[in-house]
Design a protein. Structure first.
Length: 255
């Protein structure tokens, strides 16, 4: 496995994406100021849905600073964290030390052998992927590394309410929003408990309609098991969506 990770890192260093270049230490510092909703609302959903993970192998795709990874490790899992941002992985390394195996990756790559992990999680990551084709590659890669019947759990901002201003964030579209336009970019603005806005030009996400995510789950060899529209106090609509799927025993990937 070590050799494979080294190969991926060498590739990612020579083919740096814009997201890797832009998410620097300053961005990580700004983003880290927001965490109350993730820690209080989203993280418990992952733990509840996954159940007892003692001794299980868990990948966090887009692990960021490693906050969820740290909780998973404390619950007895063997954890792997991957992110395209060197700054994020550096922060995670300082937080986690030797509790996790961490690597900078090229988007769409999980540096593990086929059928080797039991769980893959991803928290508020897939909106950052700039094309449906790249999203498809990520979902297929997750399926590849999971064992049969393995769990794939992820959260996203709710695409049906992309124009809603929530207590935790809102999205700033630079052209008229079109729900059915897959991959439409926007700037996300995080809000602290007192309403302070945290954002800059690097805080960029991409909108995908619900059918994109549901079809990717089905087409990539998963069976959808759970859908949760996440309630956050003070909001009349769900700001986030949580989904869990299982890898099917035999698959035929859509072309």
């Amino acid at each position: 496995m070590t050799t494979e990770i080294n190969i991926v890192l060498e590739c990612s260093e020579t083919v740096m994406t814009k997201a890797q270049e832009h998410w620097n230490e300053s961005d990580v510092s700004k983003y880290s100021k927001i965490g109350q909703v993730e820690l209080a609302v989203l993280h418990p959903l992952f733990h509840e849905s996954l159940g007892d993970i003692t001794g299980k192998s868990v990948v966090d795709y887009g692990c960021g600073e490693g906050k969820l990874l740290e909780e998973l490790a404390e619950r007895g899992a063997k954890v792997y964290g991957y992110d395209i941002s060197p700054a994020m992985i550096g922060t995670a390394q300082r937080i986690l030390g030797d509790k996790a195996q961490l690597s900078v990756i090229k988007s769409g790559i999980v540096p593990l052998q086929n059928n080797t992990v039991e769980i893959v999680v991803s928290n508020l990551v897939f909106m950052m992927i700039s094309s449906e084709e790249e999203l498809k590659l990520v979902f297929q890669e997750v399926n590849r590394v999971l064992t049969e019947g393995g769990n794939f759990a992820f959260s996203i901002t709710h695409p049906a309410f992309a124009e809603t201003k929530f207590t935790t964030y809102y999205n700033r579209f630079h052209e008229p929003p079109d729900y059915f336009k897959s991959g439409q970019p926007y700037q996300f603005v995080l809000l602290t408990a007192n309403g302070t806005e945290i954002t800059n030009e690097h805080f960029r996400d991409y909108h995908y309609p619900l059918e994109t995510y549901f079809n990717l789950i089905c087409d990539s060899g998963f069976a959808l098991r759970q859908v949760r529209e996440v309630k956050v106090e003070g909001n009349g609509y769900p700001p986030y969506l949580f989904l869990k799927a299982d890898k099917l025993k035999s698959i035929c990937l859509a072309s």
